[in-house]
Design a protein around this ligand. Structure first.
Ligand code: FEO
Length: 389
């Protein structure tokens, strides 16, 4: 449990959550990390902390380089428990330390932990503190991820401590982006954006503007690997995703009961193949909703399908709609489909849900009774072709 020096006198002292597989509904199949950083200068600053159950690990890493009672500043960029959970333990060691947070951060920390005896320094945009040879300045990025969120920038080292922004849920033996490789990095940054950051496009735009004047050599987020090689690529991705940009590609997200809706999904694939539009089929019995959301974010066309069960959609699709309503990806052309025995409500339920999140739904929902016959499928193919225009 040693601290790892990333620059002279600056250490990674976080914790790796190797076994994490669920982050409030997001399937974290690669685990995650809670990155915290210790700066030893004339003053000593701890930047963010870790989830409560990994507090001992944080303390051990700090203790491998200094006595934790010597900490002067505890920078809390974000009050959510995965970054603040260990702060009370740090304050036990260093009761005279100053906790630096945004105004909402101070309120949040007090609501979480009491903290009435703690010294707080509330910071706003442009405020900074000197640590000696180095300094930290603060940039609020509200709603990326919570109202209190801010980033800390060290101009002397050109390091942006970005907290939740630009993270990835990866537990890795490596500290840096190029050590895990671009494809893993991009895939996990995209999954993280799709499942955490997606509802806050306007806030991300504001955050990108706020940091646009900073010279950055290293982005040190609080989850996953640090970014030293793919900074431009990552900023470009955030720019594209926050504007809800898309590619000419399609996703078909569905579940099936007696294979009829599955047959319809494959007919959609057939029509899209004919038109040379890349398409991915995602059956929610076999795929997780957070992976479906990742594939969806840059797709222009979205097809949602479910058979009718008890006048409703299948529960897997119900869970997906709940998730979708919360994350609200914008700028989609959408189509609803499904099979039924008698009631036949499911395609309409899906269509209504898509309209409620302001997706463009130019064609009516399409249902097929029982097992699709060739004449049903021919009509369905024609309808899909009309939808694609
Ligand atoms: Fe990683 Fe919003 O906490």
């Amino acid at each position: 449990m040693k601290a790892q020096e990333i620059r002279k006198g600056i250490y990674w002292v976080g914790a790796i959550d190797w076994n994490l597989r669920n982050f409030h509904g997001y399937s974290t199949d690669k685990g995650s990390s809670y990155n915290a950083f210790l700066v030893i200068d004339e003053k000593i600053a701890l930047i963010d902390a870790v989830k409560p159950h990994l507090t001992a690990e944080l303390i051990k890493r700090i203790s491998s380089v200094i006595d934790p009672s010597k900490i002067d500043y505890v920078i809390s960029n974000h009050v959510e428990m995965d970054h603040s959970g260990a702060i009370p333990a740090i304050m036990e060691f260093a009761p005279n330390a100053t906790v630096v947070a945004s105004m909402q951060g101070e309120k949040g920390l007090k609501r979480h932990f009491g903290g009435d005896n703690w010294n707080f320094k509330v910071v706003k945009a442009g405020d900074s503190i000197s640590l000696g040879k180095r300094s930290l300045s603060f940039v609020p990025i509200p709603m990326v991820h919570w109202p209190d969120s801010m980033v800390s920038y060290m101009p002397e080292e050109k390091i942006l401590f970005s907290n939740d922004a630009m993270g990835q849920h990866i537990a890795s033996e490596y500290l840096y982006d190029d050590e895990v490789g671009f494809s893993t990095f991009e895939e996990q940054a995209m999954k993280y954006y799709a499942n955490i950051v997606l509802p806050f496009g306007k806030s991300v735009q504001a955050a990108l503007k706020a940091i646009s004047g900073l010279e950055i050599d290293l982005i040190a987020p609080s989850h996953g690997v640090m970014v030293r090689s793919y900074i431009k690529e990552l900023l470009d991705m955030y720019q594209r995703w926050s504007l809800y940009g898309h590619k000419e590609k399609a996703v078909v997200i569905y579940d099936t009961m007696w294979n009829s809706t599955e047959i319809m999904a494959r007919e959609i694939q057939y029509v899209l193949n004919e038109k040379n539009i890349p398409v991915k089929l995602i059956n929610l019995t076999h795929s997780h909703i957070s992976d479906a959301m990742t594939d969806l974010i840059d797709a222009r066309y979205v097809f949602l399908g479910s058979p009718t069960l008890n006048n409703e959609i299948l529960p897997t699709m119900g869970a997906f709609l709940t998730y979708l309503r919360g994350l609200r990806p914008a700028n989609k052309l959408a189509f609803a489909f499904g099979s039924y025995g008698w009631g036949g409500q499911s395609p309409k339920i899906l269509e209504t849900a898509m309209k409620e999140i302001n997706w463009e739904v130019p064609r009516p929902a399409f249902g097929i009774n029982y097992i699709p016959r060739e004449d049903d499928l021919e009509k369905f193919r024609q309808e899909i072709a009309s939808f694609l225009g």
